[in-house]
Design a protein around this ligand. Structure first.
Ligand SMILES: NC(=O)c1ccc[n+]([C@@H]2O[C@H](COP(=O)([O-])OP(=O)(O)OC[C@H]3O[C@@H](n4cnc5c(N)ncnc54)[C@H](OP(=O)(O)O)[C@@H]3O)[C@@H](O)[C@H]2O)c1
Length: 339
């Protein structure tokens, strides 16, 4: 008989997540009630934000409770349905959680399941460019970054899920785009495959010197995925009225000491610049517009979507930590099953 396998949060991590922070539970699948569906999870989205959801404290979303199935986005296929909204065989995206099967009400608010078309794009693309990271890049860049043609846009985490789309969209808008990424391979990829103008390998070169060299006109938009020292260094190169999009600060997520804020923040004053946060969920009612724009560019061959797929649900703990070690090359996805 098919069973469900779940990763539940066992303890609030201190620093990097350890195996003992998870409880792995295998149990029988319960029968469906009226209005419910069962989704077989095919791919899970592994996101840096998951580390934050494991912490106690106020944030833009409630923390995952101890004993609760770990929150995650995913794509899957409906295998049973007692709801007129979905039929067996429908492919869906939604908040599946880290488990083999999701079972619940078809209109569950947290699950927020919607159908996706596997003919239009590979399923993993719905967790990347046509999913949450793509929406973050699109709305974060356009609404908060507000780049204009001819301006210089710098993006950190450049080869990652959000970063790859930020840079490619900025190129479509006629900007000069400079990425910051860890390692020559990632830098070569964003320049040679994605069309960035330049990339600074922050692990092997000085970000300060790289910005001087590759941003001769200064920085108009900085899309920050990493925080910490890189943010502080970019602040020294910003232009008058620059916009800094605070999307994430992955360099700080596993800190056991307080988050390191930018000491160069007075550059905002001197340059009458602004720094503004973005939370992708705020744009949920306009995702269809973002998806249409990005899918259009993909169809025209102007936008690429790179995913890094790790096999097997039981690999979840090790796979999640890859994000914080820079071991993922593209959007990190965990394959749970084949259709
Ligand atoms: N605000 C929102 O609504 C929202 C939504 C989605 C994502 N985000 C944020 O966006 C950022 C990127 O997310 P993603 O899903 O696109 O992840 P990702 O870039 O695909 O993967 C994480 C990457 O971060 C880099 N990294 C890890 N530790 C680092 C460190 N100490 N210093 C500098 N870089 C480091 C690594 O790349 P390198 O090899 O290049 O170091 C790693 O591959 C995260 O901060 C995430 O929390 C925010």
């Amino acid at each position: 008989m098919e069973t469900n396998l779940q990763f539940r949060l066992a303890a609030r991590p201190v620093g990097m997540v350890k195996d003992s922070d998870w409880q792995v539970v295998e149990e029988a699948l319960r029968p469906l009630a009226d209005g419910e569906i069962r989704v077989k999870v095919l791919y899970l989205s592994l996101d840096p934000a998951m580390r934050g959801w494991m912490n106690e404290g106020k944030s833009y979303i409630r923390p995952v409770a101890i004993g609760e199935v770990m929150r995650a986005g995913g794509v899957g296929v409906v295998v049973e349905s007692k709801s007129p909204r979905f039929a067996p065989g429908d492919h869906v995206a939604g908040g599946t959680g880290v488990q083999r099967y999701w079972t619940g009400a078809a209109d569950d608010k947290a699950g927020h399941f919607h159908t996706i078309d596997p003919q239009l794009a590979p399923l993993t693309t719905y967790l990347n460019t046509l999913g949450m990271p793509g929406m973050t890049a699109y709305f974060g860049l356009l609404e908060v970054g507000q780049p204009k043609a001819g301006e210089t846009v710098v993006v950190s985490g450049a080869a990652g899920a959000v970063g790859q789309t930020v840079g490619q969209v900025a190129k479509q808008l006629g900007c000069r785009v400079v990425g910051i990424a860890g390692g020559q391979d990632k830098c070569d990829f964003v320049v040679n495959q994605l069309g960035f103008d330049a990339c600074i390998d922050y692990k092997n070169a000085s970000v300060k010197d790289g910005l001087k060299q590759h941003c001769p006109q200064g920085v108009d938009v900085y899309f920050d995925n990493v925080g910490g020292e890189i943010l502080d260094t970019v602040l020294t190169r910003i232009n008058l009225k620059a916009r800094i999009v605070i999307c994430g600060a992955i360099s700080q997520y596993n800190n056991t000491t307080p988050v390191k804020g930018p000491s160069n923040y007075l550059a905002l004053l001197v340059n009458r610049a602004r720094m503004e946060g973005i939370v992708v969920f705020d744009y949920a009612d306009r995702y269809h517009l973002g998806v249409a724009a990005l899918a259009g560019w993909m169809k025209e061959g102007k936008l690429k979507s790179k995913e890094d797929v790790v096999q097997g649900l039981t690999q979840f703990p090790q796979a999640l930590n890859m994000l914080f070690e820079g071991k993922n090359f593209g959007k990190l996805v965990l394959q749970v099953a084949t259709a």
